[in-house]
Design a protein around this ligand. Sequence first.
Ligand code: MN
Length: 253
Amino acid sequence: MIRILLTNDDGIFSEGLAQCFEALSSIGEVWVFAPDRERSASSHSLTLEHPLRAVEIKNHWYAVSGTPTDCVNLGVLHFMKKNPPSLIVSGINFGINIGDDVTYSGTVSATFEASILGLAGVAISQEMGMEVDLKRTASLAARLILFMHQKELLKEGKIFNINFPKENPKGIRFCNLGKRHYEESIEENVDPRGKKYFWIGGAPLPSKPEKGTDFEALLKGEISITPLHLDLTDYEVLKSCKSLEGEILDILK
Ligand code: MN
């Protein structure tokens, strides 16, 4: 049995979380730590300015007054401390998390925290559409996670971002993150009290996805799996800057 901490960013009452719990319970012992309200696009934020509450709403299900990152921390470092999980699963998120958007994602960020804590992490997101069947996705995700566990892919600190297409998957693709193109726009409007407000928005622009990306996989109706890591270093630029160290030292004299 895999010991699993399950979280999400859609909140503890999300259908995706419930279905994921059901399916994962067949392959492991699952504890749930999820935000008590929706925290989508909360990124990798940690609550340090005020206290956190964790209410056990049923056995091993905790509603946390914080972000997905808070949930992982509370679960691993406190409530499950005596017998910690080896795997953090985050999802099933309503809506895809692909390309550049993973940097906003609370769902994916929970796995970043897993990696920092030396655990394996899997983020699961569902493309929305008329044919979406979360029960089917949860069942496929559990089987996929068990397979990855058996193949020893879910090692300490290793994380994977998985997206399911809206229809019954036509295939599965290991792929890299693509580039998303938005029409960048801020909507300006006036509220009922006559005060201006702004809404960050912008519909995704139709674009031809680059080959080998998660965009392409989903467009083809396939499951996308992208291994991620937390090292944001640009090694190419680093290499080209190294020789400048002496010159910089001179101008700083
Ligand atoms: Mn979400």
